[in-house]
Design a binder for this molecule. Structure first.
Ligand SMILES: Cc1cc2nc3c(=O)[nH]c(=O)nc-3n(C[C@H](O)[C@H](O)[C@H](O)COP(=O)(O)OP(=O)(O)OC[C@H]3O[C@@H](n4cnc5c(N)ncnc54)[C@H](O)[C@@H]3O)c2cc1C
Length: 449
């Protein structure tokens, strides 16, 4: 049974890492390594973006000149959780010790940043350290706000309620599929920015595939309640996904935002965002299985800093990734206000731009790197089927392969299931993968953007 503390607000700032207190030994080790608290480069956050950038700059700047501040013991490859939730992979294989992914040339400050003083080039940590920098990369990700849905933390302790978005709730998804007898299978997408906006649908199509395989699909009413007004941001893939949902007999309700779960009655209540009444009209669905994609937001420590916009996101120039006010600060990944879909694929592409631009700033040169918004989402639509969406800031396709990726394909399924995990661990986190642009150029005989 899932402990209530796991999903309480106390830990809600932890988007993906191991829940638990950090051992005293760990701090004393850190303290002895931390005699030098002044660095040329400080990276805040050791997720996909932070590890990738430390790999790029750790050896370039030389030992002792780069530090990464990250409190968690384990680094997780979060896209794996879609496969874990689909019952196709084991959750244990989604994480590796943080120590093993931080480059040897980079000092790991195993601590949490609690405040930023960008006018003094200083950050303060929970453990009472003051760390100064010449340059800083902010890569703090976004957190899961399960507690913002009334009744949801309690509901996670009951059968049938699950979420692929957290380490602590993802294994409930295959269990909910197995336990399902008869009734509604409800899938949600919230009214905030989220990471991997395709994941709320991928879990639904894998559940559909499972139910067909075991012969209970006719016992289930599939309902997709999304706060968005479209199936997916990029129109080309939105049209295809609407067809996929229709073919599978899934009812799609736009502008439906989950606000409450009553786990005693097994009911989920949604506000209708299209309603012009105040308070908005609501609609309640009984559920047998409920997969929740929670609202998300940046960590509080970043939200209360002078580095963010009104919605709490790090304000960077969307093309250069440089902070709009502090030229020695850059951002990468989910915590930035860059208007593209938040994915590890976007981070790969951003990492090449950031590598060039940070190097140029350090050398006092103009910034050469320009990010075009490239992002990608492998939209699994069933066993052996996947649509690989790739697009830019204008939501226009920027596809790697020389065929129409808008159609379901077995090859793309294998790309997602078998190829992307080694790509992540071995190439991206070592700073060697900056997105598929070279392959795109080659496959399109140099004609692609
Ligand atoms: C279910 C699911 C499916 C996904 N599927 C895909 C997919 O198919 N393809 C894809 O490309 N992407 C996918 N993603 C998205 C992808 O995993 C994220 O976009 C990416 O990992 C974000 O990287 P990040 O570095 O911005 O943040 P994270 O990797 O979340 O890292 C942020 C880090 O910052 C640390 N941190 C937070 N606050 C502080 C602080 N105060 N001080 C110090 N450190 C702090 C955290 O501990 C964490 O380690 C998926 C995500 C999920 C959850």
């Amino acid at each position: 049974m899932l402990s209530k503390s796991i999903i309480s607000s106390r830990f809600s700032h932890i988007p993906c890492g191991t829940v638990g207190m950090i051992s005293p030994q760990a701090f004393s080790t850190t303290a002895s390594r931390e005699e030098k608290k002044s660095y040329k480069l400080v990276v805040v956050g050791g997720g996909s973006g932070g590890i990738t950038m430390s790999a790029k700059f750790g050896s370039k700047l030389g030992k002792g000149n780069t530090a990464i501040i990250e409190p968690m013991e384990t680094h997780y490859y979060q896209p794996y959780w879609t496969l874990v939730g689909g019952g196709l992979k084991n959750v244990e294989n989604s994480g590796r010790p943080m120590k093993s992914v931080i480059p040897k040339t980079v000092d790991w400050i195993k601590d949490r940043v609690v405040s930023f003083e960008p006018d003094k080039n200083v950050v303060h940590t929970q453990n009472g350290h003051e760390v100064s920098y010449e340059y800083m990369i902010v890569s703090m990700g976004i957190k899961l706000d399960f507690q913002k849905i009334k009744g949801l933390p309690e509901a996670f302790q009951t059968p049938g309620v699950c979420s692929n978005y957290s380490l602590h709730t993802v294994t409930k998804t295959p269990q909910a599929m197995k336990d399902f007898k008869e009734g509604n299978a409800v899938f949600t997408l919230p009214n905030t920015p989220i990471k991997c906006a395709g994941a709320p649908q991928k879990v639904m199509y894998l559940t559909d595939a499972y139910m067909r395989k075991v012969g209970k699909r006719d016992k289930a009413n599939f309902i997709y309640n999304t706060a968005l007004g479209v199936m997916f941001s990029a129109p080309k893939y939105a049209a295809e996904l609407l067809e996929v949902a229709k073919d599978k007999g899934i009812a799609v309700n736009f502008q439906h935002n989950l606000i409450e779960v009553n786990s005693v009655k097994k009911e989920a209540t949604f506000e209708k965002l299209s309603s012009d009444k105040e308070p908005k009209e609501t609609v309640t669905y009984p559920y047998e299985m409920l997969h929740v994609t929670p609202p998300m937001s940046t960590p509080e420590q970043l939200q209360k800093s002078p580095l963010v916009d009104a919605s709490g996101y790090l304000t960077v120039n969307k093309h250069t990734l440089q902070h709009v006010k502090y030229p020695n600060i850059f951002g990468i990944g989910d915590c930035t206000n860059v208007p593209t879909s938040k994915t590890a694929a976007a981070i790969a592409s951003q990492s090449g731009v950031l590598r060039k631009n940070l190097k140029a700033v350090m050398a006092g040169q103009p910034l050469p790197g320009q990010y075009n918004g490239y992002t990608s989402c492998p939209l699994i639509t069933g066993y052996n089927k996947c649509i690989l969406a790739e697009f830019d800031f204008d939501l226009k396709p920027l596809e790697t392969f020389p065929f129409d990726q808008g159609k379901e394909s077995r090859l793309m399924w294998h790309v997602k299931k078998d190829f992307m995990s080694p790509l992540y661990w071995h190439l991206l986190l070592n700073g060697w993968w900056e997105g598929p642009w070279l392959f795109r150029k080659l496959f399109h005989l140099g004609m692609s953007r």
